[in-house]
Design a protein around this ligand. Structure first.
Ligand code: SF4
Ligand code: SF4
Length: 92
């Protein structure tokens, strides 16, 4: 069966927040990779054993809060962007 490739970052349009709404505390991060695995937009990487969020994450983040939810070490802080900013789904 032919595999359907989805370019996830083209599924949403983001009205980019002027302020950060996700941060990671490297003192608490143990590099477990849960955030890397769960992020549907591939916005997390592990660098030197610690989670790092893409610098332009505000352009692509779908505000699902999954990274925050799966972090068992309370290393990720998540708040929704201020009103008037956020995602607009193109399909679905
Ligand atoms: S889920 Fe939390 S502890 Fe695990 S790599 Fe991500 S930030 Fe670090
Ligand atoms: S909120 Fe969702 S899309 Fe945004 S960085 Fe976290 S897991 Fe990825």
């Amino acid at each position: 069966m032919e595999k359907l490739l989805i370019e996830k970052r083209e599924l949403v349009t983001v009205i980019e927040s002027p302020v950060d709404f996700i941060s990671v505390d490297h003192e608490k991060c143990v590099g477990c990779k849960n955030c890397v695995i769960i992020c549907g937009m591939n916005l997390w990487k592990i660098r030197d054993g610690k989670a790092v969020l893409e610098t332009d994450y505000k352009k692509f983040c779908t505000e699902c809060a999954s990274c925050y939810t799966v972090c068992d070490y309370d290393a990720i802080k998540f708040t929704f962007p201020p009103g008037g900013y956020g995602i607009v789904y193109q399909r679905g």
